[in-house]
Write a protein that binds this ligand. Structure first.
Ligand code: NOJ
Length: 715
């Protein structure tokens, strides 16, 4: 019998339930602290998994209790939310999505895993794969943006990065694909609210990234807190057993979200913890995070016949199998044994800076950027100009704000201390305006102004929905005063926006000469922004989410289906608003560079395509600008006539071309025709003969796309 088979046979019920329990931990001066429990539970084998413990010494101290003092010596599984770096923070996931760079997505996950594993951890609650189309919801910042195909590519890269080639190696973490699924379309963008969307949307939009994660070998999956049409995901038999385990063949661990099993009572589908535990176990949830539901609820549930011991055993086996795959039985101290080196830390800082450079989206540039050389004085204004800790963004794991580079610090380093003047003007979110006069005065003395505005790091992430998506506090008053004074003096204002979501600031886009979306860039934020502002580097990122111009346009995304009455200004009874245009402020994929690119000569072959063919798409890209830069080329499709109306645009590929001034290149992409299958009226995948448009260009605005048509044929 296998090692874990033997163990299972020897386990008592409390020991089994311990393996199905994960509890929060931390370290106080007096020693380790377990939330609502004590380290005694580790010794007596009734607690098998921890979250939130940081530091190799602490982790090993806990591990020792399990493997040296508990009866069966089963190692602990210890996890943390390593979302965008562990100690070295990289750009937030939404920002990184906009780099459209698979290698970068994988590399930052790999480095985060190495760093977290050096701290003794074996699991990260990432990647977050929630396709998010409503920027009121704060958690869009943790994920891939609005597109499902893009999310699937990110899922593959992140799983490969976190888990490495061998899950058992000392530098690998078990990844947790979350939050399964359709958490983002919460009612009115309000965190934790109910979700009620079509089965087609679930299958077409929200499930594919999880399919990609499972295909990439993800070790674990976390169900969402939310319900889907009345059934909370934590108890969703059809989606967990039927789809995830059945259709996708996932045999890894399902770990609940924080207290999510207990919350089944509040959801109104369980009367008490016993019922809640039974529902979650039957749906396939293996580990109960923080609800105490399995330890307290499963014994009576077993007695009452609500669950069977075989169901408990199957869950225990999956948890032990993961521990075995992680190499924890062979050597529970393998992670955290070798301390992180100074060289590794320096390598990560370099990667953090390169990543941050690749994540800034230049939304507007009226010849204000890059800054002219020889500038004598630059004013760096705003509440986010000298705010190193804010640069972390939400979810900072073990990252400390102290070593983060602010914009002021980065620009001082780049231009020389004496050439940068700084005034915050206002706070991020307060009613005080006394500082505005001094900020305007500082701008008056300078030849150009960098205006750093936006949200605090904690205004996005979990439990951070917002109903107004403008700038908080008195930032608008500051920006208006600075822009007016700069305009009067004929000097440029460059706005840098920090946020975990698109902000709705049409007035700022109008008034500022250049606007950079910096999202949250992590520890090297200020250096990376200085690289871009001074022209050492060219911006190259593209927004992975549509920027609305008005709150009432939300949800706004490029993958909408056609209307029977498409907008027509000449016709009253068409699909539009009376008070705002339908068009967004910036479409998905928008992002300027210091080059200027033209795309021409789209070639698509073959013209007639069977399901087994590979479509070859080629386009010529020329940099007709005066600076070297990198262009991103997107490939979209549109199925013109189908048995189910298809979205106006579907993303199917992207490519990058870094070109010197005057240089041209033919960019080539392959699109397997099988990807043109869609879910028919019966929700079964089908390849339907007929015409399909192939659209290629720099963003999801149809007017900017080159179009070619192919014909799908059966056979
Ligand atoms: C709640 C969040 O929803 C989830 O994403 C996270 O992994 C857990 N808390 C653990 O921190």
């Amino acid at each position: 019998m296998s090692r874990i088979g033997e163990l299972l046979k020897a386990m008592t019920l409390p020991e089994k339930l311990g393996q199905l329990t994960m509890t929060a931990s931390s370290y106080a001066v007096t020693g380790p602290v377990i939330a609502g429990d004590s380290t005694e539970s580790i010794r007596d084998g009734t607690l098998g998994n921890l979250l939130n413990m940081v530091g190799a010494d602490h982790v090993h101290e806990m591990q020792r209790l399990a493997v040296e003092h508990s009866r069966l010596k089963i190692p602990l599984l210890i996890g943390l939310d390593v979302i965008h770096g562990h100690r070295t923070l990289f750009p937030v996931p939404l920002a990184e999505a906009g780099a459209f760079d698979r290698e970068l997505w994988q590399q930052t996950a790999r480095e985060a895993a190495l760093e977290a594993a050096a701290d003794g951890l074996a699991m990260t609650f990432a990647p977050m794969l929630d396709v998010a189309r409503d920027p009121r919801w704060g958690r869009g910042v943790e994920g891939p943006g609005e597109d499902s195909w893009l999310a699937a590519r990110i899922a593959e890269a992140k799983v490969a990065g976190f888990q490495g080639a061998d899950l058992g190696s000392p530098g690998s973490l078990a990844a947790v694909a979350k939050h399964y699924c359709a958490y983002a379309p919460v009612t009115a963008g309000r965190e934790y609210a109910s979700v009620d969307i079509s089965e087609r949307s679930v299958r077409e939009v929200y499930l594919p990234p999880f399919g990609a994660a499972v295909a990439a070998g993800v070790a674990a999956v976390m169900p969402a807190f939310t319900d889907l049409a009345g059934i909370p995901l934590t108890a969703h038999v059809e989606l967990l057993q039927g789809w995830l385990r059945g259709r996708l063949g996932f045999d890894g661990v399902i770990v609940s979200d924080y207290n999510a099993i207990g919350e089944l009572v509040r959801h109104g589908i369980a009367a008490d913890l016993t019922q809640a535990a039974a529902l979650a176990l039957k749906a396939g949830v293996d580990i109960d995070m923080m609800a105490q539901a399995y330890r307290l609820g499963l014994p009576p549930a077993l007695e009452r016949g609500l669950v069977r011991i075989e169901q408990v055993d199957a869950a225990v086996l999956r948890v032990l199998t993961l521990k075995e795959r992680l190499g924890l039985f062979d050597d529970p101290y393998r992670r955290g044994r070798t301390p992180d080196t100074a060289e590794a830390r320096a390598r990560r800082r370099r990667l953090a800076r390169a990543a941050a450079v690749r994540c800034v989206v230049m939304l507007k540039n009226a010849a204000a950027l890059p800054l002219a050389g020889g500038l004598r004085t630059l004013a760096v204004i705003g509440p986010l100009a000298d705010a190193p800790a804010e640069m972390r963004g939400p979810w900072w794991a073990a990252g400390e704000g102290r070593d983060h580079v602010s914009v002021v610090a980065g620009l001082k380093r780049a231009l020389g201390e004496g050439r940068v003047v700084h005034a915050p003007g206002v706070e991020i979110d307060s009613a005080a305006t006394e500082g505005i006069a001094a900020a305007v005065e500082a701008c008056r003395q300078a030849e150009a102004t960098v205006l750093c505005l936006g949200e605090a790091a904690t205004m996005s992430g979990e439990a951070a929905s917002r109903a107004h998506l403008g700038l908080p506090g008195e930032q608008r008053a500051l920006a208006t005063a600075v822009c007016a004074s700069a305009r009067a003096a004929g000097r440029p204002v460059i706005a840098v926006l920090f946020s975990g979501r698109p902000l709705i600031v049409p007035w700022l886009i109008e008034q500022a000469d250049a606007v950079l979306a910096a999202w949250f860039l992590g520890c090297e934020a200020g250096n990376a922004l200085a690289d871009l502002i001074t022209g050492r580097e060219s911006p190259s990122a593209r927004t992975p989410i549509t920027w609305p111009r008005a709150l009432g346009q939300i949800p706004i995304f490029f993958g909408e289906r056609p209307s029977g009455r498409p907008a027509n200004p000449q016709d009253h009874f068409t699909s539009k608003y009376l008070d705002v245009p339908n068009e967004p402020q910036f479409p998905f994929g928008h992002g300027l560079t210091y080059g200027r690119f033209t795309l021409a000569n789209l070639r698509v072959a073959p013209a007639r395509v069977t399901e087994r063919d590979v479509i070859e798409v080629q386009v010529d890209v020329v940099n007709v600008g005066e600076r070297a830069a990198e262009e991103t080329v997107f490939v979209f499709t549109h199925d013109v006539v189908a048995s189910v109306a298809r979205p106006l645009l579907e993303l199917k590929g992207f490519a990058k071309a870094a070109l010197a001034p005057g240089e041209s290149r033919s960019v080539r992409l392959e699109l397997p025709a099988g990807e043109l299958r869609f879910l028919g009226p019966d929700l079964a995948p089908r390849f339907e003969p007929g015409e399909v448009e192939i659209l290629v260009g720099p963003c999801a605005e149809r007017a900017q796309l080159l179009v070619s048509r192919i014909e799908l044929i059966s056979g």
